[in-house]
Ligand binder design. Structure first.
Ligand code: GLA
Length: 370
């Protein structure tokens, strides 16, 4: 009797399991909506270490690519000349590997968030060109080698071209001249020949910067350097970028034979006080510049959703050349835009709101895809 009951139960279980497999199609998630490229999120250390489980569940469900918000930047990963700090970066990479996600490295050479020792020689004076080259090579080789085979591609150089197309007058440029960019690409390639290599910048719609980046791509190619894609950061606002200029830049980069990716996507809903995304450009807090402390008015939300829809329409137009679209953060709660360029504002710039709900333009797409 007992035996019969058990097999009966087993039979019911099999039928139930089989039925639920057949009758309940997997619910679609964001990444299913964009099958032509990977969909990424920049994650912070609380997320990569599993402390922010709410955001983690969003990341794991909806995204298939991650990039670290801060933990791989020079000042974090290489705080002293002979001191690397791997804990956070290792956790970040492991989070991606364990969950079968594409892992992107950010960033090897940048004018910002560098550890102070980097440009100071052992004699206390500004470092010499030869020594800086050696330090750059050590940094790139060590970091890239550590994550070889786990990271798909690195932002090798970040934000080196300014609005008029000339080189940013960073210490990298002052000490090494324009040579610092091909050198960085060369060192990264030597450390891992399979790695994808990217140049990444903000304000890519600006015609002068577009021309400067095109010149840079040509220069890298002439030198025989590998460059797979140009990253358009895409920190947007309610009145920028100009879409025609944005598209013209996408077309210009693709015409040079590289792919494009949208690497730091967000769109501030607040009054704009700066056109770029240079983190050194900050402003004093004023109440008038923080108008939506409690909630985003419907009229602004509708406009924001329409602009994000337009952004994805443009991306989709070039999807054969788009590698990745990455949001710079998971929910509005943790976006850097709440504190930049003005500290202490309430912004609404990402795809998930403060209650972890998808913004309407994406929720509607998901509902339609069901
Ligand atoms: C730039 C950098 C990013 C990040 C943002 C602001 O766009 O590339 O790493 O620092 O600024 O958070």
């Amino acid at each position: 009797m007992k035996k019969i009951t058990l097999s009966y139960l087993a039979a019911i279980t099999v039928v139930t399991t089989a039925c639920s497999t057949v009758s309940e199609p997997q619910e679609k998630t964001l990444k299913d909506l964009f099958p032509d490229y990977t969909l990424g999120a920049a994650i912070n250390v609380r997320q990569s270490s599993g402390e922010d489980q709410v955001s983690d569940s969003i990341v794991l469900r909806h995204f298939n690519s991650i990039v670290p918000e801060d933990c791989m930047k020079h000042e974090n990963i290489h705080p002293g000349k002979d001191q690397y700090y791997w804990d956070e970066a290792d956790k970040f990479v492991q989070f991606g590997v364990d969950n079968g996600m594409q892992v992107i490295g950010h960033c090897l050479v940048w004018h910002s968030q560098q550890a102070p020792w980097l440009f100071v020689g052992d004699d206390g004076q500004q470092v010499t060109a030869d020594e800086l080259k050696a330090r750059m090579k050590d940094h790139i080789t060590t970091v890239v080698t550590r994550y070889k085979g786990k990271i798909t591609g690195w932002d090798v150089v970040n934000e080196a071209i300014v609005e008029d197309g000339s080189y940013r007058n960073s210490l990298w440029y002052q000490i090494l001249g324009e040579e610092f960019i091909p050198l960085a690409f060369q060192y990264a390639h030597e450390a891992d020949p399979d790695l994808e290599l990217y140049y990444n910048d903000y304000g890519m719609n600006v015609p002068g910067r577009r021309e400067g980046v095109v010149r840079l791509i040509r220069q890298l190619k002439e030198r025989g350097c590998r460059i797979d894609a140009v990253g358009l950061q895409s920190h947007m606002g309610m009145n920028r970028p100009d879409w025609d200029d944005f598209e013209a830049s996408i077309q210009a980069y693709i015409a040079e034979g590289v792919d494009v990716q949208f690497t730091e996507v967000d769109m501030s809903a607040l009054p704009s006080v700066t056109q770029g995304a240079n983190i050194a450009d900050t402003e004093e807090y004023r109440e008038s510049l923080n108008p939506y402390k409690d909630a985003l008015p419907d009229s602004v939300s509708v406009e924001w959703n329409a602009r994000m829809t337009k952004f994805f329409e443009i991306v989709d137009k070039y999807k054969d050349h788009v590698k990745r679209v990455t949001a710079w953060g998971v929910t509005d709660r943790d976006s850097w835009k709440n504190d930049w360029p003005i500290k202490g504002r309430t912004d609404y710039c990402l795809w998930f709101d403060r209650n972890n709900q998808l913004k309407p333009f994406l929720q509607e797409k998901l509902d339609q895809a069901k």
